[in-house]
Design a protein around this ligand. Sequence first.
Ligand SMILES: Nc1nc2c(ncn2[C@@H]2O[C@H](COP(=O)(O)OP(=O)(O)OP(=O)(O)O)[C@@H](O)[C@H]2O)c(=O)[nH]1
Ligand SMILES: [Mg+2]
Length: 484
Amino acid sequence: MVVKLQRPILVGGLGLSFSLWMLQSWHDSILQAGEFALLSAMAVGGGLWLFQKNRSPGSLEQLDGKLVDRATVESAIAKAEVIINQLAQEAENHTALETLRGQIAQLLLELDRQEIKFAVTGSKSVGKTALIQVLAENLQAKSVNFQETAPLFRETGEKSDADVLLEIQKSDFALFLTNGDLTDSEFQALKQLKTANQPTILIFNKQDQYLADERASILLSLKQRMPGNVVATAASPIPIKVRKYEDDGSVQEWLEQPASDIQQLTQRLDEVLVQQGQNLVWTTTYRKTQLLKAEAKNWLNGVRSDRATPVIEQYQWIAAAAAFANPVPALDILATAAINAQMVIDLGSIYQQKFSWEQAQTVAGTMGSLMLKLGLVEISTKAVSTVLKSNAVTFVAGGLVQGVSAAYLTRVAGLSLVEYFQQQEIALDSGNGLNLDKLRQTLQKVFQQNQQMAFLQGFVKRGVQRLLPEAQQGELIGAEKAVG
Ligand SMILES: Nc1nc2c(ncn2[C@@H]2O[C@H](COP(=O)(O)OP(=O)(O)OP(=O)(O)O)[C@@H](O)[C@H]2O)c(=O)[nH]1
Ligand SMILES: [Mg+2]
């Protein structure tokens, strides 16, 4: 059988084999393993950093056409309400309910909001305050509100960039200031706003600091990054020295404050307000609705996962006992014990996914063959026996490896199902439309999360406690302590 492994699991598999090797060769020196973990974390971090540095500059297209109409928002609010009602049904007195319901009521009111909210943002000292001041004096529309954010891109600030970006998403329109060509972090922030469907205009402020040709080339470069969405301003230009020669030969000098230059911007904003005002408000309400819905779903998933955990534990030890009492070749563990159709049904019902017995068997079988194809069974049994051996147990009771492996695989299968169900929309599919691709990805991800040596060691220990009589356990755990 030719099995094509996908990259993530290959990396995970190598990682685990390597950790096993580490454990075997240096099982008396946990410190070094710790250092290794740190080193590999640094290597990964470094790789990411390089990747970001070398990213080629892209461009952010305009947001036009992404504005939302009223009906779309109303239906999104209804969907969020469905989730909140579901939460109320599954956890009657949940502490979040009152706030969530209050927020829904607030969203409905927001649909008719008249005042347009602008967020003025950018790095430290780009001219946010100065711009707000002149805009307030020059904009024709009256029902507007400008809110300055904390400066972005500071090492230590009162607010993290992530918080500032979230705050911006609660405004209808973002004015993003820069004083020159975009830095990488500015571009990333703009990209995030675009991803969040946040209407944004890029403002090249302090253009008076540049000579005419420099100014033109910066503007050109900015326009390539945000096509159709850039204006240049000078909110508070540098005072100019004026010199006057009198008839008597004396010279008088003084500083004169040039008028601010924000015409392009005010013109643009007046257009935006007239043409899109109402849609801007709806689009903001839509973004807020999506955030609220995600929050409600999070609470709901929390309630459900509290119920699912003991179910997985229960089937985990049932599988362990079965495989221990009746040891079979490692690869048959799955078929015989690890993924119980009843567990699929029980977990499904916690997540409102109804499975018939036949469907549950299909799901169990599918997961089993996926785990086999991905090599999870082989990796797990090897890992379990290595952990047992490295704990200096010369005598490994028959069936112990199978028992603990079955428990481990059941756990991975159960957690994967939970994660898979969590990603589903509420009560959409009822077990029929199993998304195999997604299930495979979830399995890989959960397996990798649960393959850390520290976790495995603890897990094996618990498995042994379950399966072996006290006397043999003592030997094993005593030995492990000597190792750790
Ligand atoms: N040359 C020039 N200077 C400007 C312009 N706009 C603002 N400034 C100056 O830039 C400095 C910072 O302006 P602020 O408006 O305080 O900038 P800010 O972004 O609010 O600063 P923080 O809130 O501290 O992040 C001040 O000295 C302003 O006078 C401009 O268009 N041209
Ligand atoms: Mg300021």
